[in-house]
Ligand binder design. Structure first.
Ligand code: GLU
Length: 447
């Protein structure tokens, strides 16, 4: 297989799907070498089949807003690949959601889920519904209307959605309630990220951020370093940044920045527990403004409009917000200000030029599908608890999450070690995930 030829065909077929093409190109370039050492993959057209989703559902979501007006959105579920387990992946509610975005996220999810060591296929869904400025009642009505269509596509052994940008515990609660009413079954395993009193796993809300920091710990240890006293810049202030901030503090690092679409908050003395709690309030207010942190904590948080977290000097940069949020220019600014490590916590948080710059300028870089896999891994642990009708303690979940993140790091090292001894984490993560999925596809025949 020639990655460039397959990409040219994909480009001709899906010219509008920029994010999906970007995600596919990164994976195909990484796996080309190992793929060509396996003629059985070529014969079975593994790659040609892998880049097309198994199926895509799109549906209209009509709901009534607080003014009594009818609103219409589009809902999606992309069931990408179920070679190693039932479809699994989050739901994103954001005004920019379209098929390209969900295909990129579903494609990434295939390899990420394979890295977790758990049996989960790849999927993603969501809607172009914009939660910004919506009341709680509007969020509930939208979630219920969305589930009216989605419920027929999902099930504990079929497809298990969860949260993503714009979908947290509150939204999962409203969707689960509607699912239960429609299906007339208390099927907890159908969604993950549920409340802890009704089937949710302890630590699931924190898991993406905690897992990311466990990955960072492993990466730093591999290179003879640690996080104590290091300055960490985070982007965003949502669920992922919240978990990452808690764990950075616990491990002795210092969070020097958080950000939002409106600008950046510099935190010269680090982030306090009170400020971390306030991140949750900022998120549930649906205002989407990080400036609120500076208003609430004057003197401790300094807001600058229109600037990114990457303008604040740091040792470690952790993109926690949205795809392509860190450009090549940002990467150069980070490096010039002393940054020597960047681990993507958001999915595809760095643009290709930024990744290339980091990799060729001595900045350790690891991709989202390895770094943020603790979230979906803990979803996998939630499914296991639901299937067994029991709940594990926080210690038990945390111990498993530690082990999973260590194992993901080991897989990256195994497949990403270069001749000069350095580690290409992008290649390592892509090849490790791909080998597991490709072998399963081969063994299950042409489908
Ligand atoms: N949305 C998260 C991700 O990108 C979590 C998905 C899940 O828990 O299913 O991996």
């Amino acid at each position: 297989m020639k990655a460039a030829e397959i990409m040219a065909k994909l480009q001709a077929k899906h010219a509008e799907e920029k994010e999906f093409l970007q995600a596919a190109e990164e994976v195909l370039n990484s796996i080309e070498e190992i793929y060509n050492q396996h003629p059985e993959f070529e014969k079975a057209h593994i790659v040609e089949r892998l880049v097309e989703p198994d199926r895509i559902f799109t549906f209209r979501v009509a709901w009534v807003d607080d003014k009594g007006e009818v609103q219409t959105n589009i809902g999606y579920r992309v069931q990408f690949n179920a070679a190693i387990g039932p479809y699994k992946g989050g739901l994103r509610f954001h005004k920019a959601v379209n098929l390209s975005m969900l295909k990129f996220l579903g494609f990434e999810q295939i390899f990420k889920n394979a890295l977790t060591t758990l049996p989960m296929g790849g999927a993603k869904g969501g809607s172009d519904f914009d939660p910004v400025g919506k009341s709680d009642a509007e969020i509930m009505r939208f979630c219920q209307a969305f589930m009216l269509e989605l419920w027929k596509c999902i099930g504990p052994d079929t497809d298990v959605p969860a949260g993503d940008v714009g979908v947290g515990g509150r939204e999962i609660g409203y969707m689960y309630g509607m699912y239960k009413k429609l299906a007339r079954e208390y099927n907890t395993g159908v969604l993950t990220g549920k409340g802890a009193t009704w089937g949710g796993s302890i630590l699931r809300p924190e898991a993406t951020g905690f897992g990311a920091l466990y990955f960072v710990e492993n990466l730093l240890k591999e290179h003879g370093k640690d996080i104590k006293g290091k300055k960490v810049a985070l982007s965003g202030f949502g669920n992922v940044a919240w978990g990452a901030a808690i764990k950075t503090n616990q491990l002795g690092g210092k969070v020097v920045a958080i950000s939002g679409p409106d600008g950046v908050c510099e935190l010269p003395d680090g982030i306090t527990d009170e400020m971390i709690d306030y991140m949750l309030e900022m998120r549930s207010s649906n205002r989407n403004k990080v400036e609120d942190m500076a208003t609430k904590f004057p003197g401790k948080a300094k807001f600058t409009a229109g600037k990114k977290a990457w303008s604040v000097p740091c040792d470690i940069a952790l993109p926690c917000a949205f795809q392509n949020e860190l450009s090549e220019e940002d990467a150069k600014e980070l490096k010039a200000n002393g940054c020597w490590c960047c681990c993507e916590v958001s999915n595809m948080g760095c643009q290709p030029g930024a990744i290339h710059f980091f990799q060729t300028n001595g900045v350790y870089f690891a991709p989202g599908k390895a770094v943020n896999a603790g979230g979906v891994a803990t979803s996998g642990l939630e499914i296991t608890q639901n299937a067994a009708h029991l709940a594990w303690s926080g210690e038990e979940v945390d111990a498993k999450l530690h082990w999973i993140m260590k194992s993901i790091h080991e897989q990256c090292v195994k497949y990403g070690r270069k001749a000069d001894g350095s580690i290409d984490y992008v290649k390592g993560a892509n090849v490790a995930g791909f080998m597991k999925v490709a072998t399963a596809m081969l063994e299950q025949g042409i489908l």
